[in-house]
Design a protein around this ligand. Structure first.
Ligand SMILES: Cc1cc2nc3c(=O)[nH]c(=O)nc-3n(C[C@H](O)[C@H](O)[C@H](O)COP(=O)(O)OP(=O)(O)OC[C@H]3O[C@@H](n4cnc5c(N)ncnc54)[C@H](O)[C@@H]3O)c2cc1C
Length: 399
């Protein structure tokens, strides 16, 4: 594996860096203050600047108007975008749209692609992914209760979902619902496209995250599907293939998230070091003179570098040997990088003292809104269990 920045990508990375520094990073404060809906015009303007620079959709296939980057290349872009909370959104690389786009591209019928995929790729509409339920464990999603029952040419959906990220203002949801309760556990559920203006699609609330309900793309909704009727042509892929498709959606998604987290780490590291170097703690010494702070800086540097290498290795393995060969690596980055990020954010807050928990820096935003990293895309404990089980089996351990 070659760790050098690929020559073909270097000019793109330079352009991305420039646009981030000139336009995207300076705009974050205004968006944080006005909220995602209040700042809609500014966000559109920034997306326009990205499109004008020819950088829209780094991971979106070329035939859909994106750059068509592979996993390693997109990982390197994603790391840079992670330096701003607006980065992925402004470049058209944000979850959950990026994952939905991928599965619509792979599994969508020509009619589904014309209606949903193409405008999604152009950034003209948004989407959400509705799998987790309040009353069943997301960590073991084969126990879903939301059903989609066939009735003539339609499916009729009933159930409650929550943590459907970005549902507020989305044009459609991809819903995971049980279509055959008698099938084997992994064959029970299917993915069904539900336009959000369908009668029976009820957005109950944006769930407050540590007090912040958010809005628009930056929100997580509770949704009731009440006798929600959609045509059977809205089935995505085969009936019963919900888990198979979900698995496919999560593999590259974890690389995207982890490189975004590495980018967050770099931004937080900059903030921590700048504060340590400038905050006087007596007449002529700054925090940087204290060994405990020096140790935090050195440890953080080592951890971020290790995290970055692990993610690039996983992306490289997927690209060259397929997802199956990278299973353990993908699980390892999921829990390792989220843990490095959260520990670093906590230490950076500590270095900032009281300032760290105000909204005057980005740290409090990250502390609240990135905490979920250790829970979504498979809780860390599940990934640890899966990896260690495979290792211990090699030593003869029984399940
Ligand atoms: C910010 C955020 C965004 C999200 N966005 C979406 C979205 O867009 N769409 C969607 O469908 N869902 C989304 N989710 C939901 C997410 O997928 C679930 O929260 C996740 O799968 C965990 O499920 P749960 O919350 O039901 O926790 P549970 O399944 O109840 O698990 C609770 C805890 O139990 C522990 N645990 C679970 N299993 C084991 C085990 N085998 N061994 C040891 N410990 C275990 C873990 O610590 C876990 O955190 C989001 C969640 C968050 C936080």
């Amino acid at each position: 594996m070659d760790f050098a920045i690929p020559a073909h990508l270097a000019p793109t990375l330079e352009q991305v860096d420039r646009l981030l520094a000139d336009r995207i990073i300076p705009a974050a404060r205004e968006v944080m203050e006005q909220g995602w809906v209040g700042a809609a015009a500014l966000l559109e303007e920034l997306r326009g600047a990205v499109k004008a620079a020819g950088l829209w959709g780094p991971q979106i296939p070329k035939e859909l108007g994106g750059l068509g980057l592979g996993l390693v290349d997109h990982g390197l872009v994603s790391e840079r975008l992670g330096r701003s909370p607006l980065g992925h959104y402004c470049f058209g690389a944000q979850a959950p749209d990026a994952g939905n786009l991928e599965i619509l591209h792979r599994w969508g019928t020509p009619a589904q692609q014309a209606r949903w995929l193409e405008p999604l790729a152009r950034g003209e509409l948004r989407s959400c992914f509705s799998m987790t339920e309040p009353d069943s464990p997301g960590s073991n999603p084969v126990i879903l209760t939301c059903t989609a029952v066939k009735d003539g040419d339609d499916y009729v959906l009933d159930g409650v979902k929550w943590f459907t990220s970005s549902a507020d203002g989305a044009a459609f949801a991809i819903v995971m619902a049980v279509t055959d309760p008698t099938a084997a556990p992994h064959g029970r559920a299917s993915m069904i496209i539900v336009p959000t203006d369908t009668p029976g699609f009820e957005l109950i609330r944006n769930i407050p995250i540590m007090g912040d309900p958010g809005a628009g793309w930056a929100s997580h909704a509770e949704i009731r599907y009440r006798a929600c009727r959609v045509p059977r042509t809205n089935l995505l892929g085969a009936e019963g293939a919900g888990f198979l498709i979900a698995q496919e959606r999560l593999g590259p998604g974890r690389i995207h998230h982890c490189m975004r987290w590495v980018g967050i780490c770099e931004r937080v590291f900059d903030l921590m070091c700048a504060r340590a170097a400038s905050r006087k703690i007596d007449a002529d010494k700054t925090l940087a003179s204290r060994q405990i702070i020096q140790a935090w800086v050195a440890e953080a540097r080592a951890e971020i570098d290790a995290a970055r290498m692990l993610v690039l290795r996983a992306a490289w393995t997927i690209e060259h040997q397929g997802f199956h060969a990278a299973r353990d690596q993908v699980s390892i980055i999921k829990f390792y990088v989220s843990d490095v990020m959260m520990r670093l954010i906590d230490r950076a807050i500590q270095v900032h003292g009281a300032l760290g928990i105000t909204s005057d820096t980005l740290l409090a935003h990250y502390y609240v809104h990135e905490r979920g990293a250790r829970i979504y895309d498979g809780p860390d404990e599940v990934h640890k269990m899966v990896v260690s089980r495979r290792i211990l089996e090699r030593y003869g351990a029984k399940r």
